[in-house]
Design a protein around this ligand. Structure first.
Ligand code: PDD
Length: 281
C-alpha cells in the first residue's frame, strides 16, 4: 500500500507524521472519507466542498490548491489499485512547538491521503442482514458540523456499541431525539413510507451520503421530511437505516435491543442503497 504524506508518496508502513503535528497533539485537524465504487471516487466534489467549509470554520489553510488535492486523491486510489474501498484525507494545522494558540502564519498545514480496499460482496451481504444500534447521550461539542479528527466521544460511543453487540451508537439529545450515529447519519421510514432525518442545522454533520440519498429518494417518488424524531418513534418505525460513505445505506434492524418492525432490513432502505450507486457522480 502507498500513502501520500506532505508531498511524498510513501510505502504505507513508512507513512508517519511528526510528533509535534498539531493533529497528533490537539486533534487540530479535519478529514474526509470518500467511497470508491467500481473504480470511481463517489462525490469527490462534494467532499472537497465540505473540506473547504471545515477548513474555513477553523481558520485553517488548504495544504495545496484544490485541483492539486483532487489529483493526489485520484493518484492514491490509482497507486493502491482500489476498485472498491475508501479514500481518507486529513489536513492538520501543521507541525509547530506545542502551544495552544495558532502556530506562526507561515506554518504549512499537513496533508495525509490514504486508500484501502474493501470487499463489495461482504458489504452487500451485511446490508442484507442489517445492523443493530444502541443509543447514548450526546456528549460532543456543539460544532459537530465541522468534520474534525477530534472524535473521542465517537470512539467511546462506537466501542460501547461493540460491547453491546451493536454496530453503531446513536447520540440522543436532552429531548430524547436522535441526532446521528458515531460516524453515520440516522433515518427512519414512517408507516406512510415517508423518510425522516434530522435537519442538518441542528447538531449533526451534513452527510454527503445523506444529501445523495435525499436525491435518490425524490427520484424514487418518496417523500423526505427533515425533522427530528425520538428514539421511541424510531423503535415504532416501519424501517430505520443509517448512511455514510463507509456504509452507504445500511438497514437498522434493532434499537437498544428492540426490533424495528419484523427485525429484518426494510425494502425502502435496500432500494435506496441500490439507487445510491446510480445517482452518485
Ligand atoms: N463519517 N455523521 C458523522 C458524525 C460522521 O462521522 C459521518 C461520516 C457521517 C456521514 O457523512 P458522509 O455521508 O459524508 O460519510 C455523519 C466517516 C465516514 C468516518 O468518520 O469514517
Amino acid at each position: 500500500r502507498i500513502a501520500f504524506v506532505n508531498g511524498r508518496y510513501l510505502p504505507h508502513r513508512d507513512a508517519s507524521v511528526h510528533v509535534e503535528d498539531r493533529g497528533y497533539q490537539f486533534a487540530d485537524g479535519v478529514y474526509e472519507v470518500c467511497e470508491v465504487a467500481r473504480g470511481h471516487i463517489m462525490d469527490l466534489r462534494r467532499h472537497l466542498d465540505r473540506l473547504d467549509r471545515s477548513l474555513r470554520e477553523l481558520q485553517m489553510s488548504w495544504p495545496t490548491e484544490r485541483r492539486a488535492l483532487q489529483l493526489i486523491v485520484q493518484e492514491v486510489v490509482r497507486r493502491n489499485r482500489v476498485h472498491n474501498g475508501l479514500v481518507y484525507l486529513q489536513v492538520t494545522r501543521g507541525v509547530a512547538r506545542r502551544d495552544h494558540v495558532f502556530p506562526p502564519p507561515d506554518t504549512k498545514s499537513s496533508l495525509v491521503v490514504t486508500a484501502r480496499r474493501n470487499n463489495p460482496t461482504a458489504a452487500q451481504t451485511n446490508s442484507e442482514k442489517g445492523i443493530s444500534v444502541i443509543t447514548v447521550r450526546e456528549n460532543r461539542w456543539e460544532r459537530v458540523d465541522i468534520k474534525t479528527v477530534g472524535l473521542l466521544p465517537n470512539v467511546m460511543a462506537r466501542q460501547a456499541a461493540r460491547l453491546a453487540g451493536a454496530a453503531e451508537a446513536w447520540f440522543v439529545d436532552d429531548d430524547g431525539h436522535v441526532k446521528e450515529g458515531a460516524a453515520t447519519n440516522a433515518w427512519i421510514v414512517t408507516a406512510e413510507g415517508t423518510l425522516v432525518t434530522r435537519p442538518a442545522e441542528f447538531g449533526i454533520l451534513r452527510g454527503i451520503t445523506r444529501a445523495v440519498v435525499m436525491e435518490v429518494a425524490k427520484r424514487q417518488g418518496l417523500k423526505v421530511e427533515e425533522r427530528s424524531f425520538s428514539v421511541d418513534e424510531a423503535k415504532r418505525a416501519r424501517e430505520a437505516f443509517i448512511t455514510a460513505a463507509t456504509t452507504v445505506v445500511m438497514p437498522v434492524i434493532a434499537i437498544d435491543g428492540t426490533p424495528v418492525a419484523n427485525g429484518h432490513p426494510g425494502s425502502t432502505a435496500l432500494a435506496l442503497r441500490e439507487g445510491f450507486f446510480d445517482e452518485a457522480e
